[in-house]
Design a protein around this ligand. Structure first.
Ligand code: M6R
Length: 612
């Protein structure tokens, strides 16, 4: 995720670009930059940090600037530095480009451009190859050179290009990343998302995959890869600015829940080899010897990431047969864990800045352990200090309550478990293949869970739940960590006191709290223990508890034994938690709405906890 904006028209472009980038900062906020076209040249400003930091570099307004492009970055390839910030420039400094997406074959292209065509690179990014390719093909028509360059690219992109040789013109292309053109009066704009356009126009044309556009202040021409002009409908925006920043959703949390199919797909992308069907984690530099001699894994994290870790333990032990210990980071150091060199520490942190998690990482490194970080933020402290990094490509998570980051952490752990199991020769090939195809099917299944019919069902259930000040989540085996995560989410944003129990533990104390009507959310997706969980549910029923079961298709005997039931699409036992957590996120969301609490910024909490 990154934010792109472009302007051509009679107005002062600096202010329009900066304002547009601020509206898009939710898409990325680690560095920003602009390319301003004036007097037959391009003036580039870039800065690590926020758009406000970039704005401070634009103090000289002596040149009138009416055309420019801007970018706010969410780092993928290369750390968040001034050099890696966009726009990137051609060697001759006559072409500048901003890009959102990933160029998968950038290494091959970079080698070719450097060795065969003598191009000089000045950043670590995948994007930079694109601008050099465009320069290589440039013969007087920017659009033509962009077409030729794009034909050589594998991956996803939304890009806007400007050249000092073609005053007033912006050229765009799109594949798998959004790009919207704003149609003004004597001016035109382009942006990754509607918020950057709304102050100027409500008339838009949405680019689709494979589209190219040439934009000047007088007009917009959209064409395909062969140059055939395309007639696009004008789409009139009816949202207000605040709603637009959230993509039309009322809250970032809901938007992020709805983004989960895409986030999971992105995290899987390039990590399962299409030809061989094998997990490919060549981004990690573990030797076979390191993985085969591993005696133990420690997983350390906080909050939601800790719950991902508990699930990760179960999955790694089940399929890779390596013993795993999981700790909350704030406890890890103080229990004096027995750390030795043949162990691996995995830290999980969305932000990569959580102080307790960082402290655990430092302790383990001191003791000679190798550290693998699973994080969502490129260039974060955790990513810099760990030996190996597995990035979850969830995109920026703004809501304090973590949703899409959690799902992608699970995906990271499944992929790592499969990779470890295969390297150690501990997995049956049929089981391996079934899990890989199950992983690939997840984005589609998550979409099904998020259908309007399902959302309506969960919303209705929360009318009952939100009247209570207390609730229980129960589950066995892999359902138990999901119950823990469901309870945390409900507490965090609806302020309903929620407890998670391993279903078999109810009778050892908590059953005393079951009274007529109390909400009990039961997770039942694990075949081997579903009968046992059902027995525990009977114990709740007998005391008047109101059970809402989250189960999967095929578990037909459950419906008649609970007050209401929510069905998930079919899934392998091991992968089912990726689906079953989604309704619990929505339950928390709708309960918070019903109780009028602040969904995106719950009281007393912060997104990134940098104190111990
Ligand atoms: O950035 P991190 O993943 O290290 O954050 C860890 C926790 O603070 C975080 O997961 C927290 O529990 C969430 N607000 C839960 O929704």
């Amino acid at each position: 995720m990154c934010g792109i904006v472009g302007y051509t028209g009679p107005k002062e472009a600096r202010a329009i670009l900066i304002d547009g980038l601020k509206k898009l900062e939710y898409r990325g906020y680690d560095s920003a930059g602009v390319a301003l076209q004036h007097d037959g040249l391009l003036e580039i400003h870039k800065a690590a940090g926020s758009v406000a930091d970039l704005e401070k570099t634009l103090v000289d307004n002596s040149n009138a600037v009416n055309v420019g492009i801007g970018h706010t970055r969410w780092a993928t390839h290369g750390r968040p530095t001034d050099e890696n910030a966009h726009p990137h420039c051609s060697c001759c400094k006559e072409i500048a480009l901003v890009h959102n997406g990933i160029i998968e074959n950038h290494q091959t292209l970079r080698k070719w451009l450097a060795e065969e065509a003598d191009h000089k690179f000045s950043s670590e990014t995948d994007t930079e190859v694109l601008v050099h390719l465009i320069e290589e093909y440039y013969e007087g028509d920017l659009l033509e050179s962009v077409r030729k360059a794009v034909a050589r690219i594998e991956g996803s992109f939304a890009l806007v290009v400007v050249s000092s040789r073609e005053p007033g013109r912006l050229v765009c292309a799109r594949q798998d990343s959004p790009l919207i053109i704003g149609l003004g009066d004597g001016e035109n704009l382009v942006a990754s998302d509607i918020p950057a356009l709304l102050a100027h126009t409500r008339k838009t044309k949405v680019l689709e995959d494979g589209d190219f556009a040439s934009i000047t202040s007088e007009g917009v021409e959209i064409s395909d890869a062969e140059g055939k002009l395309l007639d696009k409908e004008i789409f009139e925006i009816t949202w207000d600015i605040e709603a637009a920043e959230k993509g039309g959703y009322d809250h970032f949390m809901l938007k992020e829940i709805m983004e989960q199919p895409a986030a999971v797909k992105e995290t899987l992308r390039q990590r399962i080899d299409t030809a061989s069907g094998k997990v490919n984690l060549s981004e990690l530099n573990f030797t076979t010897e390191e993985l085969t001699s591993l005696e133990k894994i420690h997983i350390v994290a906080c909050g939601t990431a800790y719950h991902a870790g508990i699930l990760g333990k179960a999955v790694i032990e089940k399929i890779a047969k390596v013993s795993v210990e999981v700790d909350v980071a704030s406890e890890f150091r103080y229990r004096e864990p027995l750390l030795t060199e043949n162990q691996l520490l995995i830290v999980i942190s969305q932000s990569g800045e959580t102080a307790d998690t960082l402290a655990a990482l430092r302790l383990a490194r001191q003791k000679g352990l190798k550290v693998l970080a699973i994080t969502n933020v490129v260039g974060s402290s955790v990513s810099r200090e760990a030996d190996e990094v597995f990035y979850t490509w969830a995109g920026p998570e703004i809501a304090v309550a973590s949703t899409k980051a959690y799902l992608t952490q699970l995906i990271a752990l499944y992929l790592f478990a499969l990779y470890l199991a295969e390297t150690r020769g501990r997995i049956d090939s049929a089981v391996y293949d079934e899990l890989v195809s199950g992983l690939k099917a997840l984005p589609g299944h998550i979409k099904t869970v998020l259908s309007e019919e399902n959302l309506a069902k969960l919303h209705t259930y929360c009318d009952h739940l939100s009247r209570w000040d207390s609730a229980f989540f129960v589950g066995r085996n892999l359902d138990y960590p999901v119950a823990m995560e469901g309870a945390l989410k409900l507490k965090e944003i609806s302020y309903i006191h929620a407890e998670a129990y391993a279903a078999g533990e109810l009778k050892h104390g908590p059953l005393a709290l079951i009274v007529e009507g109390i909400p009990v959310i039961a997770l039942i997706t694990q075949k081997a223990v579903s009968d046992k969980t059902l027995s525990n549910i009977q114990e709740v029923n007998a005391r008047g508890g109101a059970v809402f079961a989250i189960t999967r298709e095929g578990f037909d005997e459950i419906a008649s034994q609970v007050e209401s039931v929510f069905y998930l699409p079919p899934a392998n036992d091991i992968l089912a938690p990726v689906l079953s957590v989604v309704p619990t996120q929505l339950i928390a969301y709708y309960a918070a709405l019903a109780r009028g609490s602040s969904v995106d910024k719950p009281r007393n909490l912060a997104k990134s906890v940098t104190v111990e």
